[in-house]
Design a protein around this ligand. Structure first.
Ligand SMILES: [Zn+2]
Length: 246
């Protein structure tokens, strides 16, 4: 076996291991290795090394692939989470900005405050406020509900306050809120008020009231001093100074 043959075989061995040599070369190498211990050892060494290398590469590749997968999955989960967060926030903002339309206020109050279906209602509304007084047949049981149209970026009316009030049953109740130009007047009208006159320096407005029925008004805060009269035209004593609260 000449040294040139061995060098040639050793040069060819990697190609042989990769199985990219012609059948004739393959035969030649195999024939040579049967007779040459040195080349055979070289072959075995290269083959082992090669396999180890390939295995390591495959494992690293798998690791890299796995890492990429983990990173992609984490990114995807984060994106989904972020999207949900944005949607939920948007929904909450949207929901908080959409109130009740004037035509739906009574139904909204009845359902949210669980008001007796047999209760009648008197109400009054302006662009900024809607006041409702629900009452039972004996005209003593009552629930009021006041909605406001917020001056902020929102649409419709929002529930502001409600329930029962002693002045509603026994006298005349008034409710105003800071930042709103209107206020509500509610009464079961036990005092049998027949007329309400609202007067300022320029204007005096008379409101006729059924003295046997509850009443509700929403008025501008600056509309003037309010005085209540009975059927005989006498001033009704409310038991407190209605006009002193402003
Ligand atoms: Zn050899």
């Amino acid at each position: 076996m000449s040294k040139i043959d061995c060098n040639l075989i050793k040069d060819l061995l990697p190609l042989y291991i990769d199985d990219v040599v012609s059948d004739a070369t393959k035969k030649l190498i195999e024939q040579h290795m049967l007779e040459c211990e040195e080349c055979k050892r070289e072959f075995e060494f290269l083959q082992k090394d090669c396999v180890t290398l390939v295995d390591t590469d495959v494992i690293s590749l798998k690791k890299i692939k796995k890492n990429i997968l983990v990173k992609n999955t984490a990114t995807a989960i984060f994106c989904v989470f972020l999207t949900i967060l944005i949607l939920v926030n948007g929904f909450i903002f949207f929901r908080d900005s959409i109130g009740v339309s004037l035509s739906n206020i009574e139904a909204d109050a009845r359902s949210s405050q669980k008001i007796d279906v047999n209760y009648d209602v008197v109400s009054d509304s302006t662009d900024t406020m809607s006041a409702m007084l629900f009452y039972g047949e004996n005209e003593k049981n009552h629930t009021f509900s006041i909605y406001v149209n917020r001056p902020s970026l929102s649409f419709g009316y929002f529930y502001r306050s409600g329930g029962g009030a002693g002045n509603i049953e026994l006298s005349v109740f008034r409710e105003s809120y800071q930042g709103y130009d209107d206020y509500a007047i509610l009464s079961m009208n036990q005092l049998q008020i027949a007329e309400m006159i609202v007067a300022n320096d320029e204007l005096s407005t008379t409101y006729k009231i059924d003295s046997t029925k509850p009443f509700a008004f929403v008025l501008p805060i600056d509309s003037g001093t309010v005085t209540f009269y009975d059927v005989d035209g006498n001033v009704v004593d409310l038991g407190y100074d209605f006009n002193s609260i402003f």
